[in-house]
Design a protein around this ligand. Structure first.
Ligand code: FES
Ligand SMILES: [Fe+2]
Length: 434
């Protein structure tokens, strides 16, 4: 349970709020590259952490992110013309480059230098891994983290996003709540290879997994490393290690199981009451089957990145399926998770919750977020703001699922996996780790 003040600190991300100032210290996904293809002549209107902005590519293909309203007399720049090295307002023709500098004012007298004195609000952008990232914070931007899923060749990555009609923290906390995996998501095809999933048979109300999951976590340089242990069969446990990454990313085994690659969910505030969930899956060794990835996620999307299964159609819950094989009656991971978090309301009031053992990782993550808010208040960089290039690779972000002898120490297991991965990465023609 949080106090009302703590809940506000973590959920309010408008400019000027403590949570919003913390969130602005990180590079944030602003849009998918596919939303603004090379040569696109239509800018994209976006809203990010409560700010109304326009994203465009200049004639050289460079992404620029500007305040939505023209600094002349406030017209909407997302209707503008992309030309002459910038974005031109179609009201009186003022032109702005990606840095926000005004470059042309057709209505001003010849010889006027008014143009040089006008600068539109602008934020730095970088494009990596099929995503256009933006930095909305003060000062010199930190390094854009070079996560493995952002740096593999494009054909080895699936990336998409979907709209979620609630505060980002509800979505982010769903990723570090492993108990729901075997209940809400039952039958869980991602656990097919472990022998602990729904293929053992449907057991009704208490779900398919016998025994209690044991949860543990430890603080890392980028967030938390997490492990959940599930009894698999007599003498054997299923160990799953994954990571919470500040401020709102979680990386977990997903369909690649860690060995071939893994998945990430990154929850990015549109404003206080809605967010986009960016989803990544990558394969370290070969091209990814994007259609299969989309089907496994149940990611049926409308053109505006809203799920086809949504609140307006009750997520297409099927009560007949609940009697035979589906725990929730809602089809697919994406809609199941969206139902869970949207149903809490626009901003969940965490003074009302009752946390149990299964929420211990959520509690640990909240502590880190609150500490990050406090660090920013004190003028410090929060955790995982990276400025040293030597620290901008993440071999210690261990994501793995495996069946191991009962009683295996997960920390030792994690170190072994990391060593194995580093060895494989050092070999020129890396082969899949067995
Ligand atoms: S309002 Fe944009 S140029 Fe006048
Ligand atoms: Fe989930």
């Amino acid at each position: 349970m949080l106090t009302r003040e703590e809940n506000d600190l973590l959920t309010r991300t408008d400019r000027g709020t403590p949570g919003g100032e913390m969130m602005r210290r990180y590079w944030l996904p602003a849009a998918l590259s596919e939303e603004l293809p090379a040569g696109a002549d239509a800018p994209l209107q976006i809203r990010l952490v409560g700010e109304d902005l326009v994203l465009f590519r200049d004639d050289d293909g460079r992404p620029g992110l500007l305040g939505l309203h023209c600094p002349h007399r406030g017209a909407d720049l997302s209707y503008g013309r992309v030309e002459d090295g910038g974005l031109r307002c179609v009201y009186h023709g003022w032109l702005f480059d990606v840095s926000g500098q005004c470059r042309d004012q057709p209505g001003e007298p010849e010889g006027s230098d008014f143009c040089r004195k006008v600068r539109q609000l602008s934020y730095p952008c970088q494009e990596l891994g099929g995503v256009i990232f933006a930095y909305l914070g003060p000062g010199e931007p930190p390094l854009l983290p070079r996560y493995e899923f952002l740096t593999v060749p494009e054909e080895q990555r699936f990336v998409s996003k979907n709209y979620q009609d609630c505060n980002y923290l509800q979505g982010s906390e769903g990723n570090i709540d492993p108990v729901h995996n075997n209940l809400l998501h039952h039958p869980n095809t991602n656990l097919e290879h472990t022998g602990v999933d729904g293929y053992q048979g449907f057991r009704g109300g208490r779900g398919p997994v016998p025994g209690l999951q044991r949860l543990d976590c430890e603080v890392t340089r980028f967030g938390l490393e997490l492990c959940d242990t599930t009894p698999a069969s007599p003498g054997q446990d299923n160990l799953r290690t994954y990571n919470f990454v500040m401020p709102s990313l979680t990386v977990f085994p997903g369909p690649m199981g860690g060995k071939r690659g893994y998945s990430g969910n990154w929850h990015v505030p549109i404003d206080n009451v809605s967010h986009f969930k960016y989803t990544f899956i990558f394969n370290r060794y070969e091209p990814i089957d994007r259609d299969l990835a989309r089907r496994r996620l149940g990611l049926g999307l409308n053109p505006d990145y809203r799920l086809v299964q949504n609140k307006s159609n009750r997520y297409m819950q099927d009560r007949a399926a609940m009697k035979t094989h589906s725990y929730s009656g809602i089809q697919g991971f994406a809609a199941q998770d969206t139902w869970a978090i949207e149903g809490m309301g626009p901003i969940y009031d965490r003074t009302q919750e009752h946390l149990g053992y299964s929420d211990k990782i959520i509690v640990a993550a909240r502590k880190q977020l609150l500490k990050a808010v406090e660090d920013v208040r004190q003028g410090k960089d929060p955790q995982h703001v990276t400025r040293d290039p030597a620290g901008n690779s993440f071999p210690d972000m261990v994501v793995w699922v495996e069946t191991v002898p009962e009683g295996t120490d997960w920390r030792q297991f994690r170190r072994q996996v990391q060593a194995q991965m580093e060895q494989a990465a050092a070999q020129p023609a890396a082969a899949p780790v067995a």
